[in-house]
Design a protein around this ligand. Structure first.
Ligand code: ZN
Ligand code: MN
Length: 151
């Protein structure tokens, strides 16, 4: 199981014309199997207790994966950038209390974003190149905290 997804990570790197070095495979595999939007520090901590990995290697690798379009960066309002394996497109809802980032899979969202870009072009004459939709709210855990606080 683990072996086959290590292989998947290797293949994915090759398909994006990236050299499949050991640290790259490990970092990509970590993101393929963890969907909690970790920061670079979290990835470093998780990987370095098995085998020493350099902090700079983690940062450089993440930047390479982002440039290749395999991984995206997400900001939730805290200092750190969060990372997400992004082969299956989705958007995010972010808790404004604790910063939790949750995945939302909704097949219409691409269509809606395309329409928004078309409309932006029509109204402004800009040539749109990208768009990024995010939803903010209060996560279930923070809702519970608030209820008990105000009760
Ligand atoms: Zn929350
Ligand atoms: Mn996500």
């Amino acid at each position: 199981m683990v072996e086959s997804s290590l292989k998947e990570a290797t293949n994915l790197l090759h398909r994006h014309h990236l050299k499949a070095t050991k640290p790259r495979i490990k970092i990509l595999h970590y993101l393929m199997t963890h969907h909690d939007h970790p920061t670079a520090a979290m990835i470093y901590d998780a990987l370095s207790n098995r085998q020493p990995t350099h902090r700079a290697t983690v940062y450089n690798t993440l930047n390479k994966l982002v440039t290749a379009g395999i991984v995206i960066e997400i900001r939730n309002g805290d200092e750190a950038i969060h990372y997400d394996y992004f082969i299956r497109p989705h958007f995010h809802i972010i808790c404004t209390k604790c910063g939790k980032i949750a995945d939302v899979f909704y097949s219409n969202s691409k269509k809606i974003e395309n329409k928004m870009r078309q409309e932006a072009k029509k109204q402004t004459g800009f040539i749109p190149s990208a768009s990024h939709l995010e939803i903010y709210g209060i996560c279930p855990a923070c809702q519970k905290v608030n209820i008990s606080k105000y009760r």
